[in-house]
Write a protein that binds this ligand. Structure first.
Ligand SMILES: [Zn+2]
Length: 254
């Protein structure tokens, strides 16, 4: 208390940076600056990412309430779709993209919670929402891919609770803003058709949320171009950078 260290002499302050500059090669200085640009300071924002579904060997057929206090019961989770042309299961695609997204967001200074990091975890849709809620996450982004009887069906879309949702109507507005930001940036980055925002009040993972929540349906695994596109490493980078850009825009950090 009251014993602050003495201020450095002005003379020392002036001399020290000069010595460092003389010792460093100019090329090293450039590298250091680039590294600093790639790793901005912590944003104090926690993003929950939920890779949809789980391995087909995990039995999720038991029932759970579709919403807090609801008597309507739904399966704990479903098994998802499969790439009609690549054979890739949706749960694997969702996990792969979510892991890339975690790394990309972490580089940008976000904190990230994944609801599952492998295909063996038996975590229900309700439990995923509760985990995100209780983690202190600011928003929840649920990663899925679409399937259709028709191979013509294509495009990316997002799903949010409506303003009439009996459980989470207050989440409608921020969820929609987040979802629109992510979808627009995603479609711009990937070239996928923007199939718009859908509202859905029947999904357990949405109804149990207490934070802004959205599902990104990244594309149709039953459409040849999109199934094969989403399996491509370069396209996956574009998908992830689009999602990150959308999140940045939501938080007005760019
Ligand atoms: Zn899905």
């Amino acid at each position: 208390m009251g014993c602050k260290p003495a201020e450095p002499e002005p003379k020392e302050e002036a001399v020290t940076p000069l010595v460092i500059q003389e010792e460093e090669e100019p090329s090293e200085e450039v590298v250091t600056q680039e590294e600093e640009e790639q790793e901005p300071s912590k944003k104090d924002i926690l993003i929950a990412i939920d890779p949809g579904h789980q391995g087909a060997h995990v039995d999720m057929s038991a029932l759970e309430p579709n919403a807090p206090g609801s008597s309507e019961m739904k399966a704990k989770a479903t098994s998802g779709t499969t790439g009609r042309f690549t054979g890739i299961p949706e749960y694997q695609l969702n996990l792969d993209i979510s892991l890339l997204l975690r790394d990309a967001l972490t580089k940008q200074g976000y904190d990230v919670l994944l609801t599952r990091e492998d295909n063996d975890t038996a975590i229900s849709n309700m439990e995923r929402a509760v985990l995100a809620n209780e983690s202190g996450a600011d928003v929840s982004i649920r990663i899925h891919a679409n399937g259709s009887e028709s191979s013509e069906a294509n495009g990316a879309l997002v799903i949010v609770p409506s303003s009439q949702n009996p459980y989470v109507s207050s989440l409608h507005e921020p969820s929609r803003r987040l979802a629109e930001s992510v979808l627009n940036a995603y479609c711009e980055s990937t070239g996928f058709r923007n199939a718009g925002v859908q509202e859905n009040d029947t999904m357990t993972g949405i109804n149990w949320s207490s934070i802004p929540v959205m599902i990104l349906e990244m594309g149709f695994m039953t459409n040849q171009q999109e199934d094969q596109g989403m399996a491509d490493e370069e396209m996956r980078k574009s998908m992830v950078s689009g999602i990150v850009k959308g999140i940045n825009q939501y938080y007005v950090y760019n």
